[in-house]
Structures are given as structure tokens and as C-alpha cells.
Design a binder for this molecule. Sequence first.
Ligand code: SF4
Length: 354
Amino acid sequence: MVGWDAEQGITLTLARGDTTLLIELEPLDPARDCYARTALFNVCVRRQFAAGHDLSELDHHAMDQLVRLVRDREADLPRFDRPTTNRRSLVREIEVDRVLVPEGAGHYYVDPYVGCMIGCEFCYVGPRADLSRRLEGLPELAWGRYVDVKINAAEVLRRELPQHPPGVLRMSPLVTDPYQPLESHYRITRQCLEAMVGTGYVPTILTRGARVVDDLDLLTRFPRAAVGFSIPSDDDAMRVRFEPGGDPIDERLDALERCSRAGLATFAVIQPVLPMNVERLVDLVAPWARAVRIDRMHDIPRVRHLYDAAGLGWAAEPAFFDRTIAELRERFAARGVPYDELDDMTSVLGLAPG
Ligand code: SF4
């Protein structure tokens, strides 16, 4: 086991040779696909840095042992009566004793915060982060209504960085957005970047926040650094419908251009694909992005109401995603912008360690 995390459900990373398995224990949900179910969890697994690869016999063996272990021990997990709260939102300053999470193959991540006040309703993290809060006995609050600020993250990171071989360190939306509005006040993401300068680690950021440009002075001090923006449509009306807490699309596009002009390795993540003018979006993004990743909206039943309220039921259908993704891929390819097939943007950008 090379890494673990308990902030978005329970996550374990197993590595052997070139194979890295990311295992996620999500809240039990019989309606969702997973590798196996236990009394409390959906146990999910995927190969890291090799999307689409089937599990080998050895991978299955490791997984079956792990599932057995979880079944044997899950009864020991604490069960709290969750306290109630009448707070509409809650920002807590917390101290942590670890912040750098190894992902295998020279990849790491850091979450400067837990929780995200941008609060996109489609965010897949909410139910998993709530599982972690439940295991800690914290009150239930809707996703987007709470943030834990890791007030000592940079200090801990300074201590942890020399304990590992330098590699790619991503601060991307796992259980937070590193440039959510609170970053303007707390500057935890900036402090973490400051801790990384001169260490050989390569920062990789993905955000819906244009305020990342406030840190251009710092990011350009790294010999290699990558910044990407989630840009799911060219149409800001879609942003208002689906991610009203995110920065306007034109501000993200402007920030993408500024990062590119500053010499950073820039990328765009078109996800979740929303109704758009494909040609226009590609025209706006292609000049400033060195690579793109494109993906559909997942877990449609959870967000069906957003589509219905907007009269956009057709855009929740598989045919819309298949058609739009194919067209996006074709048009980006025609503009010479490579597509991230393996869910490993750092390889596409030429930043991968080794
Ligand atoms: S900005 Fe990212 S992390 Fe934050 S709620 Fe939206 S999808 Fe989730």
C-alpha cells in the first residue's frame, strides 16, 4: 500500500511493479456498480494511469483479499449518533498531521481544504465526503455548505516533501477546489505552493476558479508547472444552471489564456459535457490549452432535476454525450490539441516523472 486517504470515503492505493490500483470505499448503494459490496460499503477499483485496462488475475486476488478484510473489520468502525446543527454553512479551521498523499508512480496529491463552497450539485465527491464526516461523528451538512481549512497544511507539507522522491503533485478537485472563494482569504493553496518551490516537485492544478492568476508570480517560479480549467460549455447560461458557484466561463477562459501566455503547461477539462456550441468552445480553448480531457455527466439520476428544471432533458441522454464528445475530440484533434486517454494529464503534457 503506497497511500491512503479518509477524506472522500476511504481510499487506498496499492502498487506492484507498473500496476497501481486505486480502491475507493463508497457508501453502500445497491444501485451503483462496484467491484464488491460489504455491509457498509461499495468497494470500487480502477487501475490508475491506465484507464480502460482490465484487472489481471493478480489484481483480482489482491482485491478479493481486501474485500475479505473489510468485511471482517467493518463492524469495528465507530458509529456515532450524528450531532444536529442549525448552521446553514460551516467553515472550520483544522490542524492536520499529514497532507501529502502518494498515488504511486511518482504522483502525489494535496487537498488544502476539505469541502468546496462552489458547491456544484453534480459533484461526485459529496456523498463520499459525507461518509467520512459520518465516520468522524460530524453533523450532516449539504455538500457546498462546509469547508475544513487545513490551517497548518504548508507547515506539514514542508516536513513531508523531503521524505519522498519528487514527482508530480496535483492540487485538483478531489475533495475541494484549490481556488474556491475561501482561498482569497486563507491562501492555503498558495502557502503549499510556496513550500514546494525549489523541491523538484511539479505542481499541477485543476480549478473552476479564475483567481489562480493571483498566483502566477509563484507558479512561474517552477521550472515546470501545469494549470488546467474545468470548462464544461462555452455558454455561461449553462454555468448558471449547473455550477452557479463557479466563476463565469469568460473569466476562466481569460485565466487560461493568461496562464498559457505566462508559459505554464495549460489544459482544459470539458467535464461534465453540457449543451454548447462545440465549434465556438474549441475556437476559444484550443489556442491556449496544450491538452484536453473530455467526459460526460455521471450519475444522471442524482442530477436529473437540474436538466428537467432547465428543460434540457435531451442533454442528459447518452446520445447527446456520445455525439458531443466525438465532435469535440475530432475538432480538438484537428487543431493539434491532444486528448488525455489515460486519465493522466501529466503524461500528455510531458510532465510525468521518470
Ligand atoms: S468546483 Fe469541483 S470540487 Fe467544487 S463542488 Fe464543483 S466539481 Fe466539486
